[in-house]
Ligand binder design. Structure first.
Ligand code: GDP
Length: 199
């Protein structure tokens, strides 16, 4: 199987519940992060296509799962994320059910890209996603984004600290520094995605 060409990503559809998802076939990789962690900027950097991230920011679509095709069999699923603590309980509940069901039932799901701000890693939202991924034995690739805001040594220190904090998780978890603005770490991200989409 060939590696997908991420620059050829195209918008497929937005779904509000799982029954609307495309057939559970091929391979899907999901991406999520608290609002403002830089998920849209990561998508921009990966696909070199500002239109995709704009879709995900369109009012009304931020609470949906937005799906992007890469080729006939591979898809990226942009999952809704937000500032977890500020969300009203009813919305939190709805979000939890959607995400929980998606992560548990989606058989074509190969892994999860979890975007965090390197200056504020492992917030409650991120912990929740990591717990779920462990329960589903789903591999996670963590992008500690905005590493351009730190010195190289401070960024490396945070990468080490996050790895240490997660060492007891039983699922596969990778951690890397990333800068969506500067394009730093894109090669490593692509290598991880290529593995999930083709192995
Ligand atoms: P989203 O809400 O997670 O989709 O986040 P956005 O992609 O909209 O980014 C939120 C803010 O962080 C914007 O002002 C971006 O310009 C900024 N941002 C995103 N990635 C980076 C990065 O790697 N470095 C820096 N310095 N700023 C970034």
């Amino acid at each position: 199987m060939n590696n997908p060409n991420y620059q050829k990503a195209f918008f497929l559809l937005s779904v509000a519940d799982l029954s609307q998802l495309p057939p559970d076939e091929g391979r899907e990789v999901a991406i999520i992060g608290r609002s403002n962690a830089g998920k849209s900027s990561v998508l921009n950097q990966l696909t070199q296509n500002k239109k995709l991230a704009r879709v995900s920011k369109t009012p009304g679509r931020t609470q949906l799962i937005n799906l992007f095709g890469l080729d006939d069999t591979c898809r990226l699923a942009d999952l809704p994320g937000y500032g977890y603590a500020k969300v009203p309980p009813a919305m939190k509940r709805k979000w939890q059910i959607l995400l929980d069901n998606y992560l548990r039932s989606r058989e074509c799901l190969q892994g999860l890209i979890l975007v965090m701000d390197i200056r504020h890693p492992l917030k409650e939202f991120d912990q929740k996603m990591l717990e779920w991924s462990q329960q589903c034995d789903l591999p996670v690739h963590i992008l500690l984004n905005k590493c351009d805001k730190l010195t190289q040594s401070a960024a490396s220190k945070t990468v080490r600290e996050v790895k240490t904090a997660l060492k007891n998780f039983t699922n596969e978890i990778h951690v890397q520094a990333f800068s969506a603005s500067k394009g730093k770490g894109v090669k490593e991200l692509r290598a991880c995605l290529d593995g999930w989409f083709t192995s």
